[in-house]
Design a protein around this ligand. Structure first.
Ligand SMILES: *Cc1c(COP(=O)(O)O)cnc(C)c1O
Length: 389
């Protein structure tokens, strides 16, 4: 470990006030995205033993071998700038989703696109409507742009979709000052989704001057009969935009690739202020190859769905309520013991995601791992229960 230079104690508060006084008011009021635990530090502390990491909704099966090969080949070109337009990947995405390449913008993860949307369409004096228990990035994007984040209460905890999006309430919160409305379907951190017909009615009722952004980070995982992607509605609603990511089903979280799909003129505005080379060459090559390997995708999705149902059943058997999920994670209610259980699991080498930052301190979010990881989690939970008995 390298020595860390220490700030003189007395000087630190002054420095903070000084730099804060230089920053924009929006940034001054902002709290950074909380990525959960410091995994690097946890791994170091637990070594040589290996953690069971189920806190970040990563895909435990890893990407298609074709994506690995494409990434390795692209490494040979690392002295070159990547294609600033990401043309090949845009064409592949457009073909996959039945849209034109001009309807696709690429982001360094969909996180970047969600931030960028607010930079382009929001600002001081503008309202951005977003759901309680929605993805944390929505509020950060709105506030960083200086806009007013209007947080709309979620469905009740005892609804069929506990803590899920309340589309009627979101619609009711839209005013002439609302330029953006973010939601996620299925949603993180709740895992819930809304029925396709409900969204069709919703988007038809939203005023056209409010852009509706549907974050579909987990769309590939969703196969419920009443679930549908919003992509099929793009033709009918020019104020609709869908984001997707290669971080979850395609298992490329470390390479950072996401996309936004919408009206070509909306996409053109996003492209104006985009960093020219925001997707690196290795990521472009890997994402295109991953997209092309449909058989591999189907296989990992089937494994995820099977493990998700098994893990949910095992947790419910042990008495913990599990929210319905169409994703690769489960939101589980541990009640008053949540903090103690989370810490005990962590001491035992199992890392989950605490939900206090989302306003759900009695819940933990559990990524669905491979079979062995899920068994390890259940065994650790059982050891904790035995000790408490
Ligand atoms: C994981 C996740 C993303 C993906 O973020 P990337 O920046 O693409 O890795 C976006 N939205 C939601 C709701 C997520 O859970």
């Amino acid at each position: 470990m390298s020595a860390r230079p220490r700030l003189p104690e007395a000087q630190a508060p002054d420095d903070r006030a000084f730099f804060a006084s230089l920053a924009s008011p929006a940034i001054r009021a902002l709290r950074a995205y909380d990525p959960g635990h410091d995994l690097v530090a946890l791994r170091e502390a637990f070594a040589p033993r290996v953690l069971i990491e189920l806190g970040s909704n990563e895909n435990p099966y890893g990407p298609s071998p074709k994506a690995r090969e494409a990434a390795a080949a692209a490494l040979g070109e690392m002295h070159r700038y990547p294609d600033p337009r990401g043309g090949a990947l845009k064409r592949a995405l457009a073909a996959r989703h039945g849209v034109a390449p001009e309807q696709v913008s690429l982001g360094n993860g969909s996180h970047e696109l969600l931030m960028h949307l607010a930079q382009v369409f929001a600002g001081p004096g503008v309202d951005v409507v977003l759901p309680q228990y929605g993805f944390a990035v929505f509020a950060i994007a709105a506030r960083a742009a200086g806009a007013n984040a209007v947080v709309v209460p979620a469905l009740p905890a005892d609804a069929a979709m506990p803590n899920g999006h309340d589309l009627d309430a979101l619609l009711a919160a839209v005013t002439p000052d609302t330029r953006l409305l973010y939601l996620a379907n299925p949603n993180n951190p709740t895992g819930t989704w809304y029925p396709a017909e409900a969204f069709e009615r919703f988007i038809a009722a939203v005023p056209e001057r409010t852009l509706v952004v549907v974050d579909e980070a987990y769309a590939e995982c969703a196969d419920a009969p009443d679930y549908a992607s919003a992509l099929s509605l793009l033709d009918r609603h020019r104020n609709l935009l869908v984001t997707r990511t290669f971080s979850k089903a395609y298992a490329l979280a470390g390479l950072r690739v996401g996309c936004a799909i919408g009206h070509p003129e909306l996409i053109a505005l996003l492209e104006r202020a985009r960093e020219s080379f925001n997707i690196n060459g290795v990521a472009l090559a890997a994402a295109e190859a991953a997209l092309g390997d449909e058989a591999y995708l189907r296989d990992t999705l089937a494994r995820n769905a099977e493990q998700r149902e098994r893990l949910a059943a095992a947790l419910r058997e042990r008495g913990w309520p599990v929210s319905p999920s169409q994703t690769n994670f489960l939101l589980v209610e541990f009640g008053a013991a949540t903090t103690a259980i989370e810490a005990a699991l962590r001491a035992d080498g199992v890392v989950l995601r605490p939900m206090g930052g989302y306003g759900l301190p009695g819940h933990l979010r559990i990524s669905v791992g491979e079979e062995a990881e899920n068994r390890g989690l259940l065994a650790a939970l059982d050891r904790i229960a035995d000790r408490a008995a």
